[in-house]
Design a protein around this ligand. Structure first.
Ligand SMILES: Nc1ncnc2c1ncn2[C@@H]1O[C@H](COP(=O)(O)OP(=O)(O)OP(=O)(O)O)[C@@H](O)[C@H]1O
Ligand SMILES: [Mg+2]
Length: 274
């Protein structure tokens, strides 16, 4: 090595620059590792929900307590939950861009026209057998909703948003209450859907926190110790990717979750399935 002072100075500058690059690369690796872990936790959260529902339905069926009519509905729900689980398992990449930087275009799923009324009627049917166990009735109001135009969305992802909200409504409702799903055209380009249930009221301080990753209220932990607090975070990320909004509020005695989605806002922004 040279003992020329200016060359030594250049050399130590290079070392400093290399050290900075290594630090940046290390930070990037840590960030990627965190995103990967969160992605796997998200996928696992969304897979566990339908699998648990299937397990629960099969327990009920094998106990033989159900009327033939109810047993048929339970079997339909098993089929549809299994379809959701298979779709998720086949399309792990569906959820990959929920974490970190994401662009709508990066998601593999094409946009399609989704009739939210039909989607929610089907989801209500899927969750009704779980709700029967606590004498909870799930209803979808037709008025104003049935005639709303379709929204452009990634159907399997939007379906997960509403599954997560309805699953919560079933879990956190008191027995002998109702879950009411309604929808309407909120403005020229917006459809809003509200899901209301009665159970654990949301304290003012919890209203923003419920969408944070890992948040669970003390009451929720007491009622269902096994939750992760990921469901509403996943719902919020999916809604944000769709450039919509999601919010929670109390309308005593109801707790309400509201989702606004754009009818045509995403047109031309990514692939489209006719
Ligand atoms: N319908 C509801 N009524 C009252 N509180 C709710 C309702 N839905 C969600 N919450 C509150 O928001 C928290 C976060 O919900 P989220 O779905 O993210 O997680 P979780 O249901 O606790 O866990 P997981 O989804 O893994 O089962 C809940 O723990 C609960 O405190
Ligand atoms: Mg949940």
């Amino acid at each position: 090595m040279s003992d020329n002072p200016s060359e030594l100075a250049r050399f130590s500058e290079k070392v400093v620059a290399l050290e900075r690059d290594v630090r940046q690369m290390r930070a990037r690796v840590i960030q990627l590792e965190k995103e990967r872990t969160e992605y796997l936790q998200n996928v696992s959260h969304q897979l566990v929900a339908p699998l648990n529902a299937i397990k629960w339905h099969i327990e009920n069926l094998t106990e033989g307590r159900l009327s033939v009519d109810r047993a048929k509905k339970v079997l339909r729900s098993v089929y549809s939950q299994a379809t959701i689980a298979v779709h998720l398992a086949k399309n792990f990449n569906l959820m990959s861009n929920l974490e970190g930087e994401h662009a709508l275009k990066a998601l593999k799923e094409p946009l399609q026209e989704v009739q939210l009324f039909r989607l929610l009627v089907n989801l209500a049917d899927d969750f009704q057998p779980l709700a029967w166990d606590q004498q909870i009735q799930i209803g979808v109001e037709r008025q104003n909703f049935e005639t709303t135009p379709p929204v452009l969305a990634m159907k399997p992802l939007i379906s997960q948003v509403f599954s997560n909200i309805i699953e919560n409504a079933v879990k956190y409702s008191k027995s002998n209450t109702e879950i009411v799903i309604s929808g309407r055209r909120e403005s020229n380009n917006t459809i809003s859907v509200e899901i209301r249930n009665q159970g654990i009221p949301l304290a003012a301080s919890q209203i923003a926190s419920v969408f944070e990753r890992g948040f669970r209220s003390e009451e929720a932990k007491r009622k269902y110790p096994a939750g992760t607090g990921f469901g509403l975070y996943i719902a919020r990320r999916i809604v944000e990717i769709h450039e919509g909004t999601i919010s929670a509020f109390n309308d005593p005695p109801w707790v309400v979750f509201k989702v606004n989605l754009s009818i045509k806002g995403l047109q031309g922004k990514t692939r489209f399935r006719a």
